[in-house]
Design a protein around this ligand. Sequence first.
Ligand SMILES: Nc1nc2c(c(=O)[nH]1)N[C@H]1C(S)=C(S)[C@@H](COP(=O)(O)OP(=O)(O)OC[C@H]3O[C@@H](n4cnc5c(=O)[nH]c(N)nc54)[C@H](O)[C@@H]3O)O[C@H]1N2
Ligand SMILES: Nc1nc2c(c(=O)[nH]1)N[C@H]1C(S)=C(S)[C@@H](COP(=O)(O)OP(=O)(O)OC[C@H]3O[C@@H](n4cnc5c(=O)[nH]c(N)nc54)[C@H](O)[C@@H]3O)O[C@H]1N2
Ligand code: SF4
Ligand SMILES: [Mo]
Length: 876
Amino acid sequence: MDGSGLPVTRSTCPYCGVGCGVLLQPDGQGGLNVRGDPDHPANYGRLCSKGTALGETVGLEQRLFAPRVDGRDTSWDTALQLVADRFSQTIAEHGPDSTAFYVSGQLLTEDYYVANKLMKGFVGSANIDTNSRLCMASSVAGHKRAFGTDTVPGTYEDIDEADLVVLVGSNLAWCHPVLYQRLLAARKKRGTKVVVIDPRRTASCDGADMHLALQPGSDVALFNRLLVALYDGGALDVAYIARTDGFDAALKAAWNDSSKPTGLSEAEIQAFCSLWMSTDKVVTIYSQGVNQSTSGSDKVNAILNCHLATGRIGKPGCGPFSVTGQPNAMGGREVGGLANMLACHLDLENADHRAAVRGFWGAKTVPDKPGLKAVDMFRGVGDGRIKALWIIHTNPAVSMPEADAVRDAIAACPFTVVSDITDQTDTARLADVLLPASAWAEKDGTVTNSDRTISRQRSVLPAPGQARPDWDILAEVGRRMGFAKAFDYGSEVEIFREYAALSGIAGQFGRDFDISALSDLTDTEYANLTPQRWPISATRKGGRFFANGQFFHPNGKARMLPVSWKPPAAKTTPRFPFRLNTGRVRDQWHTMTRTGLSARLSAHLAEPFVDIHPEDARSLDIKPADLVQISSPTGTAILRARITDAVPLGQVFAPMHWTGETAPAARIGAVVAAAFDPVSGQPESKAGVAAVSRFKAAWYGFAISRDDMKLDTDYWAVARTSCGVRAELAGSAPVPDWDAETRRMFNAPDAHLTSIIDAKRGRARIALHQDGALIGALFVSPTPVAVMRDYLATLPGSASADILSGRPPADAPNPGPVLCSCFGIGINTIVSAVETKGLLSVESIGEALGAGTNCGSCKPEIAEVLHKLRAKEAAE
Ligand SMILES: Nc1nc2c(c(=O)[nH]1)N[C@H]1C(S)=C(S)[C@@H](COP(=O)(O)OP(=O)(O)OC[C@H]3O[C@@H](n4cnc5c(=O)[nH]c(N)nc54)[C@H](O)[C@@H]3O)O[C@H]1N2
Ligand SMILES: Nc1nc2c(c(=O)[nH]1)N[C@H]1C(S)=C(S)[C@@H](COP(=O)(O)OP(=O)(O)OC[C@H]3O[C@@H](n4cnc5c(=O)[nH]c(N)nc54)[C@H](O)[C@@H]3O)O[C@H]1N2
Ligand code: SF4
Ligand SMILES: [Mo]
């Protein structure tokens, strides 16, 4: 309870792996107030823009309320009996390996545990894989090779205490913003040096001491150079190396890589190596630029080698730190959600481990071979090996590489079940059976964040319609398949206790993961569980791993791996001359089913885009805001060009977020080939090849609308606004009658239409009013439409008689595109405040306007604006 009299509940943010604590306060009318939890050890009250906007994403407008079979609403009884029968029948006819589950690092631990138990223990196949295969698999493989288990030794306190933080393939400022704020705070206090290793210049480079724009995929060569430099410079920790095997072979492999291309100058490499060498407290944070690579596991081991060789691991302020992407990516690894793991960090290939888990579960058999990993799983769906598929809490028709082929495979699968909170996703639209899951604010359970801290997620809103928690749906299917006893769960806590007890067995095998001290939590203790870092057993509590040089290989030592540089799988050719890099933007989460509901978040970057270097743009005759077509041997996407030297020559970068729902021509996953790391099975989503050309649009359009529009042009992209939607459009064929087309698009046959049409020049400006209020407007031009978009987006619903000018009246301010989404402050407002008030720092802008003072996620971009203004002033 707080001053308002409404109850406050502690929970966890459902987005990234930082795992920030939130205070949730339902307003009693379906809405939710969200604040950072000042007591949570991950964020101490801070939230980023996405966390701050959580309350705007709990609306029910796109929710799925009832189970559906073949598109028709039905009862749970009918739907779940069908799922159980079809899975049982498929297993009986074609064997357990003809079925598969594809799940998610966003499932709660309890959901995940039940899914894994059902597939590995009772269906009798290891065909359960997860979107973590696209995300964390290379780190898992690298950790297991080096440490003997998948142990993340780093903690958030290490970032506070480090003197050098190296970000490798991590855009921390946008993807783990609260951790980045924590790094900036430490830097302010102790002058922490920051190095960013990333082919492109990102928001994380702003203010970094060094940005190494290495050639895509060359991280192994760079860290091998570092290992040799550590040896040459006498910076090795010989006593610690005695706790490892394989140093000589690793060093030899590193030597052999000495002349391998990194794209960096000798001076840059030397500067990096000497900074690393001369700093005792080094934390290397790495993420998808490392993992999503055909040499991802080797990249991980190249980094681990350097930390092991210098003993910079297991000590405060030191260590390799693979930051997890999804809120429960870590928990999913703990429960064994990947096709090549058992549960609780036990090994599928180990007969003793299998026997122990089988006995504990009371299962008949546990598979002794890994199941199909994501790429192979969907290939198996495509070629008919998989005949019954259940997809839970993930959207593979968008997020898998070769997404068009994956979409077609799912569509053709004889029986596909999808559990989601909405029916409006590319994957949900393909389901034979669609099951309504409760969403994060309606669910109870636990998640584990990047630094092994287990936190509670707590339900504060009622589940709408018939929606049910994922574990509950899975357990009932288990019971209906004939495994009544094994899936006899009445609540989350029963699952959690069982899982914690199983981890005790893992602990007895000497595994790292052990939370057995939580196996006898009472219901009340579970309800009140505070964030805790594992291990949590009678003998171990939250401590550091590897401080004593004790590892999890049979001989107790770590292994250094000999690793060698390999180029990305796809080679650029004259036909496909560009390297295609993909990733994330600050204010969207993956396929946008939740963040896309927030107008504030959608205002930051409202359209899919591709970043291309100015010289490449020039040689391809691409002008700012042109649409471009990106093609690869596997697919095509149309995206808006942003011309910027943040990407190097010959490389393009596109975000992963847009889908068939929001911009059907812009599904970048279709362009990404499914080449994968042979060790981890993780796809190379960051180093595809592509051809780039200008999209020959006959016309471009920009629309604003109060209601959803009927969009079916060659290119369209829609984003939510505070009063409806905005859409970018383009077509390759001329439109003969814009007035008629507009009425059709806005589904407004009777609205009052005003238009200015210049057919000769191919321009049209059309407004539709109803009862004196603007319901929509369309601006068409043969070149990209130049209107004040952010201003226009505020008009639907108002009188706005003079909208056809496309700009605000002379006396109205035009704030420009939103930079600070918390306070809705546009770039023009910031520029004019800098110019008129002589503001010199991000802090002074914050004081004057408030921008950047809530979550701070936009601070790097404000700094960039300041930087550009200063450069402009200097040039004048
Ligand atoms: N805003 C936002 N935050 C998120 C998410 C989101 O969807 N939106 N998703 C969450 C999830 S699941 C994940 S996994 C994380 C991902 O977090 P990050 O890994 O930080 O994000 P990405 O943008 O995927 O990729 C990081 C960087 O890798 C770089 N890179 C590409 N190739 C190479 C290379 O060969 N070497 C190196 N060193 N770098 C390279 C890219 O240019 C990119 O800037 O973010 C999490 N946080
Ligand atoms: N090109 C390219 N592709 C990538 C990446 C990249 O960098 N580049 N990154 C990869 C990575 S790291 C990741 S993690 C993946 C992420 O990709 P996905 O996991 O496919 O993306 P999400 O949008 O997070 O999908 C989550 C789905 O779960 C639904 N959902 C939300 N809450 C619940 C719930 O409580 N229960 C259930 N059952 N459903 C729910 C959402 O509506 C949504 O449809 O993308 C991968 N794909
Ligand atoms: S950093 Fe942002 S997205 Fe990540 S957990 Fe915290 S509030 Fe959520
Ligand atoms: Mo991820």
